[in-house]
Design a protein around this ligand. Structure first.
Ligand SMILES: Nc1ncnc2c1ncn2[C@@H]1O[C@H](COP(=O)(O)OP(=O)(O)O)[C@@H](O)[C@H]1O
Ligand SMILES: Cc1ncc(COP(=O)(O)OP(=O)(O)O)c(N)n1
Length: 264
């Protein structure tokens, strides 16, 4: 059930076109019915056709944003998205250890759909060493899971095997997203005593900009509202499927999903 007083936080990059990153996360937090806040890590010049430029913010201003939020409105659940540099990751991890939010959702953003690298190569080690182990749930797509483990993911069996490898790195749950594979859109949730498959039809839509951001922030909002992990993922899978079904044909490239389809 919605509760607009439940605070949720996204720590991520800004997408000037509003379809992914911070903007998608805040829209999702509102659509699910929580109070959304943001710590911006980087600014991207981006639209439906691609990412044209990225400017990372300093670790000092990231730390200050986190202090400002946590000292005043401690979030019930936090999502981390684009964190492109190694120093930024260390700063965020230190602050998260200090404030210790109940739920930490890590979307290990690496490459945009348009092919632009959103994680500097030298930051990968810190992501794997420091951020992934402290996650309550991590939500890699198949290329990200391959990058994290070095193992190819081409089938649901591979998703299970590679998901288990990522689970061994320390997070409580892993949601392996299957949007990049063929056939039905199948996601797999893996935990110590948890194994769930979430399947939807594959929608023939071109406008899928921001699907990963939207799914992970929906999980964050549902956890904050008190749903358990399986229910949070189930409701979020339905939300992203419908948001893709009603996605917008705006812009000249890959348009955004419809975060507010329920309110039409
Ligand atoms: N064409 C599609 N039809 C239905 N669901 C999709 C489609 N493409 C992706 N999804 C779903 O959207 C979510 C994001 O998936 P994915 O594309 O794998 O991640 P990312 O956006 O991070 O690359 C997953 O739940 C996936 O199953
Ligand atoms: C600022 C920013 N953060 C993340 C992404 C990646 O978004 P995602 O939902 O994984 O998928 P695409 O938007 O790339 O389709 C991004 N593009 N920008």
């Amino acid at each position: 059930m919605k509760n607009y007083k439940v605070p949720t936080l996204t720590i991520a990059g800004s997408d000037s076109s509003g379809g992914a990153g911070i903007q998608a996360d805040l829209k999702t937090f509102s659509a699910i019915g929580t109070y959304g806040m943001s710590v911006i890590t980087a600014i991207t010049a981006q639209n439906t056709q691609g990412v044209f430029s990225v400017e990372e913010l300093s670790k000092e201003i990231i730390k200050k944003q986190m202090e400002a939020v946590f000292d005043d409105i401690p979030p019930k659940a936090v999502k981390v998205g684009m964190v492109s540099g190694p120093e930024i990751i260390v700063e965020i991890v230190d602050s998260l250890k200090k404030y210790n939010p109940e739920y930490l959702v890590v979307d290990p953003v690496m490459i945009s759909k348009s092919g632009y690298s959103l994680l500097r190569p030298e930051a990968k080690e810190n992501l794997i060493k420091y951020l992934i182990p402290m996650a309550y749930i991590i939500t890699p797509n198949t290329p990200e899971a391959e990058e994290i483990t070095g193992i190819k993911v081409e089938s649901i069996d591979d998703m299970k095997k590679v998901g288990q490898k990522i689970l061994d790195m320390g997070p409580k749950f892993v949601l392996m997203k299957g949007g990049h594979l063929e056939g039905d859109a199948v996601d797999v949730l893996i935990g110590k005593d948890v194994f769930e498959i979430y399947k939807s039809e594959r929608l023939d839509r071109k406008n899928t900009h921001g699907t990963g951001c939207t799914l992970s922030s929906s999980i964050t909002a549902h956890l904050a509202l008190g749903y358990d992990i399986k229910e949070s993922v189930r409701l979020s899978k339905t939300y992203i499927t419908e948001a893709i079904r009603y996605s917008f044909d705006i812009g000249k490239g890959v348009g955004p999903v419809h975060h507010f389809y329920k309110f039409e």
